[in-house]
Design a protein around this ligand. Structure first.
Ligand code: PMP
Ligand code: G9A
Length: 437
C-alpha cells in the first residue's frame, strides 16, 4: 500500500526493492571520486591509470581509419562473444602466458569488472560461499555481495593469500552441506595490498580446487605491470580440469574508458557467461573492441606496456621515498613488485576513517583499508595508496601532506592519552598525602 500523508498518496519505494538490492553496498572508491573534483586535491584514492599514458593520438588515427573503412560494422551491434579478430588476438597473447586458449575460449567483456558480476550470476545462489583474501578488491565484495554471496575471508601475508589458513578453512568448510563455490584470487600485485602469489601456491590452489571441488576466478588486471622481479605463470596455466576462469583487461595497459576486457574459460562455463551477458548488455562496446584490436595488430601494445611500466616504476619509487621521508616511526608498508598500490598499516591508535577526514581537509585522499574487507571490524588501521594516477611532483607533495596529517594525528593521540593519564595522577594525588604537610 502507498503511504497516505495529508490525504495524498506517496510512494514508499523501499518496499519495492528486492531483497538482493537491500544488501547492496556502494563502492567507497566510486563515492570518493565525487570529492576529487575539489581544486588542489591530490588523490591517492582511485585505482586510476595515469591519463598522460593514454595513447590518445594513436587511438584517434585508429578511429578515423576504422570508421572510414568499416563504419557500418564498427557502429553496429556485435555478437555477444565479441569481435572475432580481437578474440583471436587475445587467445594468442594468452598462449604466450602459458594459458592454453583459442578464440572459442575467449569472451570479450565490458571491462573485467563484468566478469565478477557474470560469475556471481551463474554460480551464486543466495548464501553460497565465495572465498576471498582479506583484504581484497572492494568491487569484488560489492559485486559478489549483490548476488547475496557469503564471504569466507583468508588473511594475506607478503605471499598473498595465506595457504596454510586456506587449507585448514577448506577442511572445515568441506563438512558443510554447501562448501565454497568460488575462490576469488588476485595473484599478481593484488588490489589493495600489492602482494603476489608464488608459483608453488598457485599450483597448490589448483590442486585444492580439484580436491574440494570449487571454481577459481583468477582476476589479473595488473599482471603486465611488473617493475621488479620475475613474471610468475598464471594460476590458469596449471589448470587441466577447466576449473579456473581467468580474466584481464585493456584498462590498465591502454585506457579504462574503452571498457574492454576479456575472460578465458572452458566451453561449458563460457557458454553460461555468454548467455548471462546477453541480458546484461547485449555485447561489449563494438567501437572500443575495434580500437583494442587495431592497437594490438599495429604492434602498439607491447611498447605501450613498456612505457607504462617505466613511468609507474618511477612513481612507485617516488611514493616509497615519500614514505621513508615523511612517515613517522611505527608505520608499516609492503613494497610491491608491480601494480598500482601501496598498502599501509598505521599504529593501533590511529583509525584510517578519522585520518581520511583530516587528510581531505589538507587536500590529499586515500581509500580507508576497511573498504577492502568483508567484515567491517577489520582493517580499521590500514589504508591504500594509489601511486599511478598523480603527476610525479604531486606524489611527493601528497606524501608530504599525508605524512604531516599522520604525524599530527599521532601527536594529538599522544596528547590526549597523556591528558587522561595526567587526570588519573591528579585524582590519585587528591586522595593521597603527598605534598600535604
Ligand atoms: N579487478 C580488479 C582487481 C581491479 O582492480 C579492477 C579495476 N580497478 C577491475 C577488476 C576492473 O577493471 P576493468 O573493469 O576496468 O577491466
Ligand atoms: O574507479 C573504479 O571503480 C576502478 C578502480 C578501482 C579501485 O580503485 O580499486
Amino acid at each position: 500500500m502507498p503511504d497516505e500523508r495529508d490525504g495524498e498518496m506517496t510512494l514508499n519505494v523501499t518496499r519495492h526493492f528486492s531483497e538482493r538490492s537491500k544488501g547492496m553496498r556502494a563502492s567507497e572508491v566510486r563515492e570518493l571520486l565525487k570529492l576529487l573534483q575539489v581544486p588542489d586535491m591530490i588523490s591517492f584514492a582511485g585505482g586510476f591509470p595515469n591519463p598522460e599514458t593514454f595513447p590518445a593520438e594513436i587511438i584517434r588515427e585508429i578511429v578515423n581509419d576504422v570508421l572510414k573503412k568499416d563504419g557500418g560494422q564498427a557502429l553496429q551491434y556485435g555478437i555477444t562473444e565479441g569481435y572475432a579478430p580481437l578474440r583471436e588476438c587475445v587467445a594468442e597473447r594468452m598462449r604466450k602466458k602459458s594459458i592454453e586458449a583459442d578464440k572459442e575460449n575467449v569472451l570479450i567483456v565490458s571491462g573485467s569488472q563484468q566478469v565478477i558480476d557474470l560469475m556471481g550470476k551463474i554460480f551464486i545462489d543466495p548464501g553460497d560461499t565465495v572465498v576471498i583474501s582479506a583484504p581484497t578488491y572492494l568491487t569484488a565484495l560489492t559485486g559478489f555481495g549483490s548476488w547475496q554471496a557469503t564471504f569466507e575471508s583468508i588473511p594475506i601475508d607478503a605471499n598473498n593469500m595465506r595457504m596454510d589458513i586456506f587449507e585448514d578453512r577448506m577442511k572445515r568448510l568441506a563438512k558443510r552441506s554447501n562448501p565454497p563455490e568460488i575462490v576469488y584470487a588476485l595473484p599478481n600485485f593484488q588490489n589493495p595490498a600489492g602482494v603476489t602469489m608464488p608459483e608453488k601456491n598457485r599450483k597448490r590452489l589448483v590442486d585444492l580446487a580439484s580436491d574440494y571441488d570449487f571454481i577459481i576466478l583468477e582476476d589479473d588486471p595488473y599482471g603486465e605491470l611488473r617493475y621488479v622481479g620475475e613474471h610468475v605463470k598464471p594460476i590458469k596455466s596449471f589448470d587441466d580440469e577447466g576449473r579456473v576462469v581467468y580474466c584481464s583487461t585493456f584498462s590498465k595497459v591502454m585506457a579504462p574508458g574503452l571498457r574492454v576486457g576479456w575472460v578465458v574459460a572452458d566451453p561449458e562455463i563460457l557458454k553460461k557467461l555468454i548467455i548471462s551477458k546477453q541480458s546484461a548488455d547485449v555485447c561489449t562496446n563494438v567501437l572500443g573492441q575495434r580500437i583494442a584490436h587495431e592497437y594490438v595488430v599495429r604492434g602498439q601494445i607491447d611498447p605501450q606496456i613498456e612505457k607504462i611500466k617505466k613511468a609507474y616504476k618511477r612513481k612507485m619509487e617516488l611514493m616509497l621515498q615519500g614514505m621513508d621521508e615523511f612517515m613517522p616511526e611505527g608505520i608499516k608498508w609492503i613494497r610491491p613488485e608491480g601494480g598500482m598500490f601501496l598498502w599501509v598499516e598505521l599504529p593501533e591508535s590511529i583509525e584510517s576513517d578519522e585520518l581520511l577526514k583530516k587528510a581531505l581537509k589538507k587536500r590529499v585522499a586515500f581509500v580507508t583499508g576497511k573498504a577492502f574487507y568483508a567484515d567491517p571490524r577489520d582493517g580499521l588501521h590500514t589504508m591504500r595508496l594509489n601511486f599511478t594516477h598523480p603527476a610525479d611532483d604531486m606524489i611527493t607533495e601528497g606524501m608530504r601532506r599525508l605524512g604531516s596529517v599522520v604525524n599530527q594525528e599521532i601527536v594529538s593521540k599522544w596528547d590526549r592519552s597523556k591528558e587522561s593519564e595526567d587526570r588519573k595522577i591528579e585524582d590519585a594525588l587528591k586522595g593521597s598525602l603527598i605534598g600535604k604537610s
